[in-house]
Every structure is written in structure tokens, then in C-alpha cells.
Design a protein around this ligand. Structure first.
Ligand code: NAI
Length: 254
């Protein structure tokens, strides 16, 4: 077991499945003490059990990231259980409904932006508050997307939310740079997760057409996002803040 995140207390939202789960496994292997926060309690418990069985440290707390009281509770639990908060991976998100702006309803827009942007904003807001109270710095990584850097047809709500995460990341990074608090985002390309599987089964998008969008001619794996997140959360990235790092197999280089 290497020790890049040794004894760091880290929250991972959306850690029950997909990118969050794979990142949790990587962080635990690097010595982090984790709080997994999600609305999928069954899968969250399974992630925690897998980490603990491998000798890592993790607990689970039910948290809907769109609810202020639940976000504040999540942060309080991390500080209670581990004595402080050192970092967070704000990754919970939904794909929303990919359809033309003309067909998209206001309710669908609100639902997507509420989880994918306001949910991240609430987490960042109260995590920074905790870091400032503790006075010892901290590192935040939020999951944006390549859809936070370029447009996607049918993604008027999702892309708006993900571009919002990039703006939120840059602005808050500047606000707290002098306090040794780093705020970054990762921008995954097309990654094989339950979310992608849902999108594939609900639309007529084929595996071949997804691969055709990726210069490396393959889909990304959730673990490959986890590798970047471990680095951004760790002290190795001590001079990195305000970035939106593509981990996309070259998707945005096209
Ligand atoms: P996923 O569906 O496997 O994981 C999302 C997790 O977030 C689930 O565990 C879900 O229960 C949780 N979640 C949803 N709403 C929540 C809420 N209100 N409060 C707390 N937890 C909530 O999907 P995936 O692919 O792992 O997505 C993770 C992040 O990566 C999302 O922000 C997504 O937008 C982003 N992303 C995914 C890409 C992909 O190709 N899979 C590409 C770029 C970004």
C-alpha cells in the first residue's frame, strides 16, 4: 500500500457507484480515511465493505447533495469520525435528459442543474467553511466533464451545469488560494459507468459511435479518473489550483 493520502480525511460524494466508487477504492489504497456520501445506500454500503475488507478505512452517510442540511451533516460526520476534514471529491451527478432545448422541459432543466451544479456549489461552500475554521488548508476536486469544456448536442442543461462547475472551481480557487486551500475539477471523457450504460440503453447511441468520439479508440475506465483525483487531492499537486483537468483520452484535443 503506498501512502499518497496517508491519514487524510476525505469525503467522496456519489461514491456508491461508477467514478466515485473507483476513486474511493484508489484513495483508500493510498491510506485515506473516507466518508462515502450518496443517495444509493445499498451500493454505498457495498463500497464501504469492499474498502474495509481490503484493510482500508471508510464509512457511509446518506446525503442528497441538493439538500443544505444533509450536506452540512455530511461534513460534520467526517469531522466527528476522523477529527477533521482534509479533502473532498464532489462527484455526485446525474445525466439528466439529453434532448433538444426545444423539447427539454423546465423541470428537467431544474433537476439537472440542481444536482450537477447546485449540489457541487453547496458541497464546496460548506467544505471551504470547514477548512477555514480548521485553519490548515485543504484540497477539493469536483467532477465536471468534457461537457464542461465543450458543447454536446442535446446537453443544454447538463453542459450548462458542467460549465458552471468549472466556473465555480476557478472562482473559489481564487478566493481561497492564500489560505492553502486548493480547488480543482476533473473533466472526464466518455467513461464506462452505470451512468453511461443508462444513457446507452435509453437512447440509440451505440458503443461504436461512442468509441468513434474518443481519439484513443476506447472508452475510459472509472479507475483512470481516480488516478487523477488521487494526485489532485495529494500534496504532490501542491501548486495546482483553479484547473479543470481533462482526463479524456484526447476528446477535447479534437
Ligand atoms: P454513476 O451514476 O455511476 O454515479 C453517480 C453517483 O452519484 C451515483 O452513486 C448516484 O447515486 C449519486 N447521486 C446522484 N444524485 C445524487 C444526489 N442528489 N446526492 C448524492 N448522490 C447522488 O455515474 P458516473 O458516470 O460515475 O458519474 C459520476 C460523475 O461523473 C457525475 O458527476 C457525472 O456527471 C460525471 N461524468 C461522467 C462521465 C461518464 O462518461 N460516465 C463523463 C463525464 C462526467
Amino acid at each position: 500500500m503506498s501512502e499518497l493520502l496517508k491519514d487524510k480525511s476525505i469525503i467522496i460524494t456519489g461514491g456508491s457507484t461508477g467514478i466515485g466508487r473507483a476513486t474511493a477504492l484508489r484513495c483508500a489504497a493510498e491510506g485515506a480515511a473516507l466518508l462515502i456520501a450518496d443517495v444509493n445506500d445499498e451500493q454505498g454500503a457495498a463500497t464501504v465493505a469492499e474498502i474495509c475488507a481490503a484493510g482500508g478505512r471508510a464509512q457511509y452517510v446518506h446525503t442528497d447533495v441538493t439538500v443544505t442540511a444533509e450536506v452540512r451533516h455530511m461534513i460534520a460526520v467526517a469531522r466527528d469520525v476522523y477529527g477533521r476534514l482534509d479533502g473532498a471529491f464532489n462527484n455526485a451527478g446525474i445525466e439528466g435528459n439529453f434532448t433538444s432545448i426545444v423539447k427539454m422541459t423546465e423541470d428537467e432543466y431544474d433537476r439537472t442543474v440542481n444536482v450537477d451544479l447546485k449540489g457541487v456549489w453547496l458541497c464546496v461552500k460548506y467544505q471551504i467553511e470547514a477548512f477555514l475554521e480548521q485553519g490548515a488548508g485543504g484540497s477539493i476536486v469536483s467532477t465536471a466533464s468534457v461537457a464542461g469544456l465543450v458543447g454536446t448536442r442535446g446537453g443544454s442543461a447538463y453542459c450548462a451545469a458542467k460549465h458552471g462547475v468549472v466556473g465555480l472551481t476557478k472562482s473559489t480557487a481564487l478566493e481561497v488560494a492564500r489560505k492553502n486551500i486548493r480547488v480543482n475539477a476533473v473533466c472526464p471523457g466518455i467513461i464506462e459507468t452505470p451512468m453511461l450504460e443508462r444513457m446507452r440503453s435509453e437512447t440509440n447511441v451505440t458503443h461504436a459511435s461512442l468509441i468513434a468520439q474518443e481519439p484513443m479508440e476506447r472508452l475510459g475506465q472509472a479507475r483512470e479518473i481516480g488516478e487523477a483525483v488521487v494526485w489532485l487531492l495529494s500534496d504532490l499537486a501542491s501548486f495546482v489550483t483553479g484547473t479543470a483537468m481533462p482526463v479524456d483520452g484526447g476528446y477535447t484535443a479534437l
